[in-house]
Design a protein around this ligand. Structure first.
Ligand SMILES: [Zn+2]
Ligand SMILES: [Zn+2]
Length: 64
């Protein structure tokens, strides 16, 4: 793991060593707005951006 910056709040987070941000373009007149196409988020931003916590999704689903 290595330290990287959350793309949501710029807090320091751990990412996989293989992670390298990939950019579409500088974001001028483009929907990507200069954000990486594979952004990384801290837990709080992950929930805010995706509306869920992937860590919780790994738990087995209860039958009710
Ligand atoms: Zn964040
Ligand atoms: Zn773009």
């Amino acid at each position: 793991m290595k330290i990287y910056e959350c793309d949501g709040c710029h807090k320091e987070i751990e990412v996989y060593d293989e992670y390298e941000p990939e950019f579409c373009c500088k974001g001028e007149q483009c929907g990507c707005r200069g954000m990486p196409i594979n952004p990384v988020f801290c837990d709080e931003c992950e929930v805010r951006v995706y509306g869920r916590n992937p860590l919780l999704e790994e738990l087995p689903k209860l039958p009710f």
